[in-house]
Design a protein around this ligand. Structure first.
Ligand SMILES: [Zn+2]
Length: 265
């Protein structure tokens, strides 16, 4: 991992994008020409994948250099329309130095169902990835897409795009890519445990807060906190209790008022 002030050189960034592209393609996180990858090489510049090429077969000369407003600085090919999402993440969160977008099939199925990845079932998912919310559906290529992810860029490390795919980011490209791997792995475990084995022993609130402390000690402030269903049950019981007390108070008040009216008549 690079230290905070140091960026990859142009050549390093272009080569790394090709390498990560091959991995994303070989792991079946994308099909055909899907997905895109970008790396920041200066406070206001990135290298990004071009439109219309398979991520598994890229060469460094295909890459496009852009500023954070989306103007092309160099490169022969056209940038992908989905680069707007990447630019938005960089603009919303200056700590981000790399963004990966893919359509990993299990996580994308959760995105299609509109179900966020937030069950506390895996310590690694809590520490290294965090919870993954679902951004509302937006037509691909339009300004609605970056607008839909904007609220999540600062507090989370990844987001599912409804009926579309997933987006991860990080302080460098390896972290952003590993978060994509963790995201698909986490989605796969959620699917097996909740929908195939039909049983998942969730981490309890103490175990979750221990993990959040480990995450903080690693310098990660983002990622959200998964909600233990024990907590959810407890708040449901509390709500029920409050409702019951309210009901009793209402009944007693009615009774007293009735009694008083009778006495007055
Ligand atoms: Zn896409």
């Amino acid at each position: 991992m690079r230290n905070k002030q140091q960026y990859y050189t142009d050549n390093e960034a272009k080569n790394l994008i090709c390498e990560i592209g091959r991995r994303v393609y070989n792991k079946n996180f994308v099909a055909a020409n899907d997905g895109n990858i970008s790396i920041k090489v200066g406070p206001n510049t990135i290298w990004a994948t071009p439109t219309g090429v398979s991520k598994g077969f890229m060469t460094p000369d295909m890459m496009v250099k852009m500023d954070l407003e989306g103007n092309v600085i160099s490169g022969e090919m056209k940038p992908s329309s989905e680069v707007k999402m990447h630019l938005r993440v960089y603009n919303e969160n200056p700590e981000v130095n790399a963004v990966v977008h893919a359509h990993p099939p299990v996580a994308t199925s959760f995105a299609i169902a509109g179900v966020s990845l937030d069950k506390p079932i895996s310590p690694e998912a809590v520490v290294l990835l965090g919870t993954v919310p679902v951004a509302p559906y937006a037509t691909p290529g339009t300004q609605e897409v970056p607008d839909s992810i904007a609220p999540f860029c600062k507090d989370y490390n990844a987001v599912l795009l409804a009926n579309h795919g997933a987006l991860t980011w990080g302080s460098d490209i390896i972290q952003a890519y590993f978060r994509m791997e963790s995201l698909e792995h986490y989605a796969l475990m959620l699917m097996y445990s909740n929908n195939i084995i039909n049983k998942a022993n969730e981490l309890n609130p103490t175990q979750i807060s221990d993990l959040i402390n480990i995450r903080k000690s690693m310098g990660i402030q983002t990622g959200g906190v998964p909600q233990s269903s024990l907590d959810a049950q407890r708040s449901k019981i509390l709500n029920n209790k409050e409702e019951m007390i309210e009901h009793i108070v209402r009944k007693v008040t009615e009774e007293v008022v009735n009694q008083l009216m009778k006495e007055n008549n």
